[in-house]
Design a protein around this ligand. Structure first.
Ligand code: CP
Length: 334
């Protein structure tokens, strides 16, 4: 089943019922209305933890992680546990039958007999799409190579929404590894759908934003972008500074990684040049790109971003399973 042709209800049904059975390989698999609905569900879940604690009773998620993860895997799993469901899976392909040569499709066709929904992370671009096409249950992309990381984007949007009360009419600086940083690609493409965003793309020449992502901005009349190398000269213009790690695992050449890894380090001195209400986001893990001293600054939003990731995954898991959140009204906008 393809991600876009997943077993959804008819077009006359609501955004909530249209979620049912849907795979999410990229956020293009969801309408902007559905993304907005997930944001409302996450806010509801945060303030109604007890009410939603049995929303997914009897459900099981499989987390199939062929690549390292701390936040994404544990938050997918915690999300299901907090909704009353259960979890199976593996973290590290060396312990699964892929090490004997099993294909992704065969692994998915096997696991689909056991569970109701799958979250998959894989080092190869396109792996999540292959997985979603192999089975009839929803498959959620938890990161495929340097391509996309849609649920990280949901966490990012939730953090902007909670900090600013909106996800557009913002100037957003993205800084660091804009070539291999899949979270950057997902975030830019999704923000373009909501419109009215000024992107400031801050990177060395070797780590610039891929052309297909730039094209997405260019195709959006209400969005604009500039590409710069210097963080200090633009930090004062930003509502959001989205820092990224230089992705060592995607470099072909260790020398290039060592030369580029510390290009940008956000510290207290640089933060003094920023607006008082700027939000610093980072998908984490960080290496050196944000000094630990910044953590105590109220503008540091990256650990609250982790919590928001869990809330958005709770919203997404219950939605694709068609499990109602007790007391939540999907038609109530505020
Ligand atoms: N943000 C993120 O994907 O973190 P992990 O690699 O720890 O899952």
């Amino acid at each position: 089943m393809s991600s876009t042709a997943a077993s959804v209800s008819s077009s006359s049904s609501s955004p909530d019922s249209d979620f049912i059975g849907r795979s999410v390989v990229t956020l293009d698999d969801l309408t902007t209305e559905q993304i907005a609905l997930l944001l409302r569900k996450a806010a509801y879940i945060d303030s109604h933890r007890r009410e939603v604690a049995h929303a997914c009773d009897g459900r099981i998620i499989a987390t199939l992680f062929y690549e390292p993860s701390t936040r994404t895997r544990l938050s997918f799993e915690t999300a299901m546990l907090r909704l009353g469901g259960q979890v199976i899976g593996f973290a590290g392909a060396q312990l699964a039958s892929v090490s004997k040569g099993e294909s992704i499709a065969d692994t998915l066709k096997t696991v689909a007999n056991f569970v109701d929904v799958v979250a998959i992370r894989h080092p190869k671009e396109g792996a999540a799409l292959v997985a979603s096409e192999a089975v009839d249950i929803p498959v959620i992309n938890a990161g495929d190579g340097g391509h996309m990381h849609p649920t990280q984007t949901l966490a990012d949007l939730c953090t902007m929404q909670s900090r600013f009360g909106r996800i557009n009419d913002l100037t957003i600086g993205l800084c660091g590894d804009l070539t291999f940083g899949r979270t950057v690609h997902s975030l830019i493409e999704t923000l373009c759908r909501f419109g009215n965003v000024n992107f400031v793309l801050i990177s060395p020449d070797e780590l610039k934003t891929p052309r297909y992502v730039i094209d997405r901005i260019r195709e959006t009349p209400s969005c604009s972008y500039v590409e710069v190398k210097d963080l200090v000269s633009v930090i004062g213009d930003l509502d959001v500074l989205y820092m990224t790690r230089v992705q060592k695992e995607r470099f072909f050449n260790e020398d290039d990684y060592l030369r580029l890894r510390d290009t940008y380090i956000l510290n207290e001195d640089k933060l003094r040049l920023a607006r008082k209400d700027m939000a610093v986001l980072h998908p984490l893990p960080r290496v050196n790109e944000i000094s630990v001293e910044v953590d105590a600054d109220p503008r540091a939003a990256y650990f609250e971003q982790v919590k928001n990731g869990m809330l958005m995954r709770m919203a997404l898991e219950s939605s694709v399973l068609g499990d109602d959140l007790p007391g939540f009204d999907p038609n109530k906008k505020e």
